[in-house]
Design a protein around this ligand. Structure first.
Ligand SMILES: [Fe+2]
Ligand SMILES: [Fe+2]
Length: 146
């Protein structure tokens, strides 16, 4: 069983956002597999770097989307992203210094991501849904592509 399972409660209902979140979960699971098998520091650093880069891309996407939609809590959302970025950077520094931080990091990533998706992300998604007249089912963002 994967370290972090995708569950329906993590679905925001916006396809592009859900795909990006699922990709982050895949990186977390990839890291968990390495942690449970080889623990090769090069592999750890490689996957961790990809996870960080992809997460940055996702955060930028969300922030741009919120900007486009005049989301009133953009500043607060960005701050939450920034705090997370700094937290992960600290783990990366410790990992590069030779400390084995992966189990602790994995735990943090899993907890943080689920909480953020169900909390702050669900909040802005709710606003998008409302601004589109509460459509039923999955939203494909073609009309507000950024
Ligand atoms: Fe977010
Ligand atoms: Fe997100």
């Amino acid at each position: 069983m994967a370290f972090m399972q995708w569950s329906r409660e993590l679905d925001t209902g916006i396809s592009v956002i859900d795909q990006q979140h699922q990709r982050i979960v895949e990186f977390i699971n990839e890291l968990a597999v390495i942690s449970a098998t080889s623990r090769d520091p090069n592999e750890v650093n490689r996957v961790l770097a990809m996870l960080i880069e992809y997460t940055q891309t996702h955060f930028s996407y969300e922030e741009k989307l919120q900007e486009r939609l005049d989301y009133p809590f953009l500043k607060a959302h960005r701050r939450v992203h920034d705090i997370f970025r700094r937290k992960v950077d600290e783990y990366q520094i410790r990992a590069q210094a030779g400390e084995y931080v992966i189990p602790e990091l994995l735990h943090m990533l899993k907890e943080w991501l689920a909480k953020h998706i169900k909390g702050e992300d669900a909040h802005y998604v709710e606003m998008i849904r409302r601004s589109l007249g509460n459509p039923i089912g999955t939203i494909h963002l073609a009309e507000i592509e950024i």
